[in-house]
Design a protein around this ligand. Sequence first.
Ligand code: ADP
Length: 556
Amino acid sequence: MNKTIFRSVLLACCIIMVFSLVFTLFFLNSYFMNIEFTNLRGQAEHIAAAVDKLGLEYFNSFKDESYRVTWIAPDGDVLYDTMADERNMDNHITRDEIASAFRTGYGHDRRFSDTLSKETLYSAVRISDGSVVRLAVTQDSIVRITLGVIPYMCIVFVVALILCTFISKRISRRIINPLNSLNLDEPLENETYEELSPLLVRIDNQNRQIQKQIDTISTRQKEFESITDNMREGMIILNSNDLIVSMNTSAMKLFGGSGKNIGHSVLVLERSVEFVNALKAARENGRSEYTFERNGYVNRLIANLIRDDNDKVLGTCILIVDETEKVLSEGMRRQFSANVSHELKTPLHSILASSELLMNNLVKDSDKMAFIGRIHKEAEHLVTLVEDIIRLSQLDETKDFPTEKVNVREIVDSVVEALEKSAEDKGVRIEKDVDDITVAGVQRLVYEIVFNLTDNAIRYNRKDGYVRISLHMEGDKAVLCVRDNGIGIPAEHQARIFERFYRVDTSHSRSTGGTGLGLSIVKHAAKVMKGTVSLESEEGSGSAFYVTLQPAPDDK
Ligand code: ADP
């Protein structure tokens, strides 16, 4: 800036100086010409007086070669010329200076002389006999004088140039120094020359506007970051050159990146063929997606091209969604359907086989009742199985069960009443130690829990065994415990018995009317009511199932 102003001022000075010098030379030339005409007239009058007195004789002694003298008769014929033969010369009556001298006594002119072949100044004076004496001098002398001035002018030019340089430097410094020391953060605090005030006021206004915009942008940025950082999905935003503009915490965890990767190519994070192809496909088609596995999780990556209103590509938004649960539940659903078909097939085959034998009269009369009894038992098992499947699928499908106040003691009583007979048949004693507790839950689901656990405790018990149902408050939870001293569950099976259709001993389960779904229903039902299920069991000694439930607000 300093240099620019300096150069501009110096250039302006130089241009002015060059113009001044050229004009000065031009005016000097005119000035010298006027002086020359004045001199020439003096000389012409002097010579004219001599010619008037001496006539042609004067020219005998004329030796000055710097002038050309011509004597012209009143009719315009040349009587004598100091530099040419008058006999060869034209009539001069029409020459401007001569015509003027004949008319007024004096005349002058400047033109190209054919005789001297140069630009020439003429001065003509009329003498007493009516003839005219004319003096001519070439312009060379004026040019010589003018050129003689140039060296002095050059000296003036150089001195002026030095002065200009000095002044330009000072001017540029005076302009620039206050500008350089301006505090642009507080423009109105500066004390500087007046002309800068409007600029400083504008800068101050702009500073305020910029600050406002920065505040808005950073607030939005923070909002955006807090939203994206709390997302379970990974999100990466790339610019049009595939450089990372933003990346949330989930994406960093997944790709092992950090804040340092912002501004760098996304390929630093991930360079798998699928990823590169997905970016390419998104650029070509606007969107692409693929599924990949990482750290034991199944993820779906969706890349979407971001365009502005004019369809210009601004970048790409990459979203990574965890689909592990979806994939697992799909697998489980497939497994469940396969199991259901298998479970249904067994009793149906048995029913078909027994009924065919009966229909074809292949059963002895004495055995018929046993066959019919088997068909009935298998049909009952089918009904129980179908009911359990329906219960489970209701639990799977219903998102929000309306919560109500449930008196668990009443439910325990009705379950005991319902199972009393089968307990008696098995020779199992049921004991109760139940507090009067009301929980926040679903009546039907609490019943399912108590019924399934008590039914299991009876079925997997031994003669003279017991089932003890207890319900107490423990901390802020209601804890239901169904304990038995039956066959117990081997340690290696304990982790899996809550899975659908998982049984420790399939034939024992079937023979006692089990479906393999009871504990799944218990676990699911407890979960729906924000409760938990746990198990303590020892093979041969018995089992204890604990279910925690949320007490109804009044009972807390
Ligand atoms: P099932 O209809 O076969 O009883 P459940 O889901 O209720 O199905 O139970 C799963 C398996 O857990 C049973 O097959 C049985 O082997 C075991 N089990 C459940 N409760 C008990 C218990 N109280 N004592 C011993 N084993 C049990």
